[in-house]
Design a protein around this ligand. Structure first.
Ligand SMILES: *Cc1c(COP(=O)(O)O)cnc(C)c1O
Length: 497
């Protein structure tokens, strides 16, 4: 499969797209076509486990790779998940389904995709004949950062540096980051936001002087953030798998439509759902659930993207994103794959902070998506009530999605013209990753110490505490450096010295 840039004349194969991370001039790689998956193929995948289903689907994109190698890398990555299933689907008593994507080594859904990158990258190096060492950078939120560290610590021929927004992570996330093992990794706090981190990352890819400085040290730059197309393709697999699990459990018939509600920040996860739909998975509506920092709910309503807005810290820090990178891939699709137009819009976005879609593009968005934002109070209320009513604790990001899904279903009830489908809530993190806020939502109590929060949530809910988070408590703090966004590149060069 070939990959093209959202901003113009560039075409590469799969290993090149993985290794490059970003296309030139700031564009993003997207698959040249969406390989169709027929109903017969879906039926063939029913008896397979998660890793086997993923191998089947990804084979369509990564055809330059050795299929046996890919299958065993997937098996290996998902064997590290507690409980043995990488993406279990749990039925709630209110008729919804939770797609639990947090049973991996870092307790957030990033494990499902980042866990397979070491193989795709190291094998990609061989396929492309690259001899340099790779410098892997992550500069977005705390969950991608941790998944990157965990999966690349000790990797040969690769050094990994992660930047995270100093005040944009929970205490538990920060502990996970700062206690990381591994001689080839570096962790830097940034005195800025998710958006500051990400725009610095994009600059490193876009500007020649940065790439040259890295090359002079003998490294090739790539990224584990969701600007890397491999992340998105890996994430399409759990939409398929959830669908197949619903068919297997006789909750739906093959071909019936299903809706997914996705807690959204950088628009990677939900874009993967859209790609799955384009490949032929019977998805009805994709619900884009955000906290109030995101302009996406206005964007889907009006077609006007306006990123000129203040950022405030919320209980769902991994979604505290104003300018979501992967929207570029979406508008590229709805424009009829017009790279010139996409390029102009991105230029407008960086100079004025906004751009507007045409009417037929907005109509295409509405055919596929529904978007809404949630206040902090509503998220807290929703987590509390859901636990009271159904005994199921969820994390603060998943709480945003649940609240949006509930509001959506109420709206459908009053509007008999619209069709409702079985609803899957994509659950992106373990409640124990955000123990203080989750405890507050469940009980109204504040605790200063994360582990006290963990203990109380456990007493209240009896939900198993992930081994990985227990271990963090006794590990020494290794990383303490904090820099301003302007100094990120200096910190990176220092790491390479
Ligand atoms: C990364 C993250 C999100 C947002 O996902 P995007 O792909 O950036 O939209 C939501 N919830 C959690 C817990 C995350 O770590």
């Amino acid at each position: 499969m070939h990959f093209v840039s959202t901003r113009g004349e560039e075409k590469v194969n799969a290993p090149q797209a993985v290794l490059r991370g970003c296309a030139s001039g700031g564009g993003l790689f997207v698959p040249e076509t969406f390989p169709p998956v027929s109903e017969g193929e879906l039926a063939d995948m029913l008896p397979l486990d998660y890793a086997e289903r993923a191998a089947y689907l990804l084979g369509k994109y990564f055809d330059e790779y050795d299929m046996e190698g890919l299958a065993s890398a997937l098996r290996n990555a998902y064997s590290k998940f507690e409980g043995g299933d990488a993406a279990p689907l749990v039925r709630m008593d209110n008729g919804m389904y939770m797609l639990e994507l947090f049973h991996g080594p870092t307790c957030a859904f990033k494990d499902l995709s980042v866990g397979v990158l070491p193989y795709l990258i190291s094998e990609g190096k061989k396929l492309c004949g690259v001899r340099e060492e790779l410098l892997l950078v992550s500069a977005t939120g705390g969950d991608t950062a941790k998944a990157t560290l965990e999966n690349f610590a000790g990797a040969e021929g690769i050094r990994a540096i992660v930047f995270y927004p100093e005040d944009g992570v929970s205490k538990m996330q920060k502990l996970q980051l700062c206690t990381q093992d591994g001689e080839n990794v570096e962790v830097i706090a940034v005195r800025g936001s998710f958006d500051d981190c990400q725009s610095a990352l994009k600059k490193m890819f876009r500007l020649e002087k940065y790439r040259t400085a890295i090359a002079e040290k003998g490294y090739l730059l790539t990224t584990s953030d969701s600007v890397n197309i491999a992340r998105i393709l890996l994430e399409t697999c759990y939409y398929f798998s959830a669908y197949l699990d619903l068919v297997s459990a006789e909750q739906i018939g093959m071909g019936d439509k299903v809706d997914f509600c996705v807690p959204t920040g950088n628009f990677g996860n939900i874009l993967a759902g859209y790609y799955a739909k384009r490949m032929g998975l019977p998805i009805g509506t994709l619900l884009c659930a955000t906290n109030r920092n995101s302009p996406l709910s206005d964007f889907f309503r009006t077609g006007c993207m306006d990123t000129k807005r203040p950022l405030c810290r919320t209980m769902s820090p991994s979604m505290d994103v104003v300018s979501a990178s992967n929207v570029e891939r979406l508008i590229f699709e709805v424009s009829g794959r017009d790279a010139q137009l996409t390029k102009e819009r991105m230029k407008e976005l960086s100079s004025t902070g906004r751009y507007t879609l045409r009417a037929e593009e907005i109509a295409e968005l509405r055919r596929n998506f529904y978007a809404d934002a949630t206040s902090e109070d509503d998220t807290v209320e929703c987590i509390y009530e859901f636990f009271e009513d159904y005994g199921y604790p969820m994390d603060t990001h998943t709480g945003v999605a649940m609240n949006v899904a509930q509001k959506y279903l109420e709206k459908l009830e009053s509007d008999t013209m619209s069709e409702s489908h079985p609803m899957v809530i994509v659950s992106t993190a373990s409640p124990y990753k955000f123990p203080q806020d989750v405890l507050y939502a469940l009980t109204g109590n504040d605790v200063k110490d994360s582990f006290k929060g963990v203990k109380r949530i456990h007493l209240l809910t009896a939900m198993k505490v992930p081994e990985a988070l227990k271990a963090v408590r006794y590990k020494p703090i290794r990383f303490k450096t904090a820099v301003s966004p302007e100094k990120m590149f200096d910190a990176l060069l220092k790491f390479l010295d």
